[in-house]
Design a protein around this ligand. Sequence first.
Ligand code: ATP
Ligand code: MG
Length: 578
Amino acid sequence: MTERPDAPRPQRICKSLNGAEALSDPEKLRAELISGLPGGGLNIAYEAVDRHVTQGQGGATAIRWLGKGGERRELSYCDLADRSSRFAAVLHSHGLGKGDRVFCLMDRTPDLFAAALGTLRAGMVFTPLFSAFGPDPIRTRMEIGEANVLVTTASLYRRKIAPWRQQIPSLKLVLIEGDDAPEDCVALSPALDAANGGGEICRTGPEDTALIHFTSGTTGKPKGVIHVHKAVESHAVTGRVALDLQPGTVFWCTADPGWVTGTSYGILAPLVHRATLVVDEAEFDLDLWYNTLVREKVEVWYTAPTAIRMMMRAGEAAAKPYDFSRLRFLASVGEPLNPEAVVWSDRVFGRPFHDNWWQTETGGIMIANTRTMDIKPGSMGKPLPGIEAGVVERQDDGVRELKPGEVGELALRPGWPSMMRGYLHEEERYRKAFAGGWYLSGDLAMRDDEGYYWFVGRADDLIKSSGHLIGPFEVESALIEHPAVAEAAVIGLPDETAGEVVKAYVTLNHGYAPGEALEHDIRGHARKRLGPAVAPREITFRTSLPKTRSGKIMRRLLKARELGLPEGDISTLERDER
Ligand code: ATP
Ligand code: MG
């Protein structure tokens, strides 16, 4: 690939935290944080919960749950050990055992945590799904994953599962949250109350399967990604290095476990660190979220660009009444974080968002702006200690490594603990993800002279226009700098002379109305920022952009619609007002 046409001229934010201990030795951190099962073996649930109890720290608060209706419940590590061991006992009492697969379709209630950790504790395999999924996406995933158990609610069961339950032959048990269950199902609360807690933890080994996680489906049909118990070593190390989790840290991860972030960092990593996990069941609501940050005295906050852009859209004034001084570290993942958002958050929260990059496949954070380095707004940061990254170009007989400044595919040297062990039933696809000793991520990036990585776009989304390679992220970030633009999505459309031309879809900030004059003005701004070859030829105003449930813009869907092509797999699409 060619030189990046318009290399970034970043400004820096130098706010690295003082007194940071050496975080460069992942082996030392792993040894400090992960003990293994007494007597041998490795089980994520032990590292996340029971280890703290064994070490006399069971009284610490593990979960502070904030229910949708204003309810509030706290669970200590002892409570969580008790609930999860009872959950494991319930599974055993139904004849289930090691390797059986437990799917969860429910909101982020305390039962979800008992189910996740109880499943792992029993040596079974945990798969969370978004409760907002429709019946088809749920069914397909349960079929692909050969689900043996489903944990859900009565209402979700009746609406989404009951009509086809009998057609999933592997499904042996349906557990229903609460006291009452429809016929053929088992009510969870009385079963937990009757079960004996404190049973033995299954002696799993590091390579035993622990989790199957489905990807977001941004680029096509979601893949079932296999992760093993050893992954907890990555959760431990990255939780400290990339998110600054310490014992007692009040940590809020806004992601649902239906998205891998909500499992690796919404359940496992913070518990391994004996942090206190704030769990807010509610979806994004500006005042509610600001209130949660302040009232719960959140210290470390992990969220996604889509939420950050919604906060920006509401404006700085909306944040003024709140005192955010307890926040010490802010991190973002899932989509490129526009430089504008980093600078904005530094102003509003007194701390910049630290972007980091990873995938369902990598199981944990790979590249990050850590607390000990300067931030270059717009950059994903640097590979974490123990992670070797590169920018490569695929060739017939392997790959060629590219130099700093060149754009290519972001690649990683396999071998870290939370690397996927396979795509479920997709051997060939899995094999194709590796070449020349690298794992190829499918994302395009550029590394600068100082080793910082810059996201360019997904390989599928790259635009080729008049000899230029254009990453949508760069164009979208420039558009967002315009005061009227809240969010932007950019695609390439076929063009006879240029090959492709850039088309943008934008949503507007409050107080701006779509119109020709505004379009003209935004185009002018983009041309000035990017040059005429890269700036969008056409801009369409929309009230929202199509996104996955994990908050990722589905550019391929915009393109398919524009070209009148089939929409492809849209099982993860959130509501979409055009
Ligand atoms: P699918 O693989 O099914 O198309 P997906 O790739 O969106 O879906 P995830 O594993 O949830 O599924 O997301 C990982 C992807 O999200 C990355 O490959 C990358 O494209 C994007 N991503 C994650 N973090 C960042 C980041 N900090 N900056 C830019 N992109 C990011
Ligand atoms: Mg992907």
